[in-house]
Design a protein around this ligand. Structure first.
Ligand SMILES: [Zn+2]
Length: 66
């Protein structure tokens, strides 16, 4: 693996399906709640991942669906 000169691009992705299509629901008494457009996940937990890690989560999710 060759070291990259590019800074790591960190994405906030869904912990379930790895999608970066997350929406921040209006914060209530529970604090921040995110909703995933792809799998309907809803919760406070999101994953900060680089592109490679996000892809790994997506592939894992896709395999479970089969
Ligand atoms: Zn999701």
């Amino acid at each position: 693996m060759t070291p990259s000169m590019k800074p790591e691009k960190i994405l906030e992705v869904c912990p379930v399906c790895g999608s970066s299509e997350l929406y921040l629901e209006a914060g209530g008494y529970t604090g921040k709640v995110y909703r995933c457009k792809r799998c309907d996940y809803m919760g406070a937990l999101i994953v900060e991942a680089d592109e490679e890690m996000a892809r790994a989560i997506r592939e894992d999710y896709d395999q479970k669906k089969l």
